[in-house]
Design a protein around this ligand. Structure first.
Ligand code: THG
Length: 291
């Protein structure tokens, strides 16, 4: 599995100002630490990048690749900023992301710079509501790319995870369902899922349980890549195959076999309890691990 570290982002309290002030030291220190933590790509998330996003992205790509030999995921909604990053990027970059909304401008960048891209399953009317809508969007995106000579292998489909704490809009089950049929819809297509999205709005010390549980659930459908907190060592071990018994337990729960919680190790019980919270089948509350 390919892990994309999410920590270099404009929303960060320390790195946001460093990106804006072009202060290289904190960014380079973070890039080194993430690389040592064992991720495969570094996401460079500069937000909407409306004002001088191109200058910021160019600077960030150069600054990071000056100290680490890593491919980058260029995360910005402004195609001008993405192109500025692609121009100076060394190796094969990942464009994060292209959706139906701006694909006419963005797909040409894929061929021009020989990049991979995350195909964000965001529809013309906003967030898709089920797996069928995700499939329709995926097919439209794939056909547009294929027509331009871009192979399906280049596309990393992102079903867009939603926060578990936002029970009204929970889309985890449709995302999992989409993942289970991706290979029929888009043979050779890859996948990318932002794990931290599911734990948005939950207490910091509990976020890893939701993120790791969601990762294990996605592993049932052989996810190709995940966007992760590079410093969640337990999550990285899980992705690298070191927690196979726990993963097998999560997959059994997904198949309807709930273990007797009282018989489980307390740590394992936390993951078992998190499955139905991630999906929204058990309503989220900050105390879900205590009940
Ligand atoms: N899919 C794709 N791209 C994405 C996402 C996705 N990019 C953005 C996001 N989701 C993934 N990146 C982050 C980055 C930070 C956080 C979550 C997801 C995060 N940060 C902490 C917070 O906000 O509390 C801490 C911020 C800090 O100080 O660093 O949660 O789904 N294709």
């Amino acid at each position: 599995m390919i892990l994309i570290g999410e920590n270099i982002n404009i929303m960060s309290k320390t790195l946001g100002p460093a990106l804006r002030e072009r202060n290289a030291a904190p960014i380079q220190k973070m890039a080194r630490a993430m690389t040592e933590a064992g991720v495969d790509y570094l996401d460079i998330n500069i937000g909407p990048g409306r004002r001088a996003g191109d200058e910021m992205m160019e600077w960030a790509v150069k600054t990071v690749q000056e100290v680490v030999d890593m491919p980058l995921s260029l995360d910005c909604t402004n195609p001008v900023a993405i192109e500025a990053g692609l121009k100076v990027h060394k190796g094969r970059a990942l464009i994060n992301s292209i959706s139906l909304v701006r694909m006419e401008e963005e797909l040409p960048l894929v061929t021009r710079y020989d990049a991979d891209f995350i195909g964000l399953l965001w529809g013309r009317e906003g967030m898709p509501r089920d797996a069928d809508e995700r499939s329709m969007i995926a097919m439209e995106l794939m056909m547009a790319a294929n027509e331009m000579g871009i192979s399906t292998e280049t596309i990393w489909f992102d079903p867009i995870a939603t926060p578990a704490s936002n029970v009204d809009t929970n889309q985890v089950i449709p995302c999992l369902e989409f993942m289970s049929i991706l290979h029929d819809i888009a043979p050779g297509g890859k996948s990318a899922v932002g794990l931290s999205n599911v734990s948005n709005g939950t207490p910091d010390h509990l976020r890893p349980y939701l993120n790791r549980t969601y990762l294990m659930m996605l592993m049932k459908h052989n996810i190709h890549s995940a966007i992760v907190d590079a410093f969640d060592a337990e999550l990285i071990k899980t992705a690298r195959g070191e927690r196979s018994e726990r993963v097998a337990m999560i997959h059994r729960i997904m198949d309807g076999e709930m273990p007797d919680l009282a018989s489980l190790d307390p740590e394992e019980a936390k993951y078992a309890k998190s499955v139905r919270v991630v999906t929204g089948e058990v309503l989220y509350s900050h105390s879900w691990l205590d009940v």
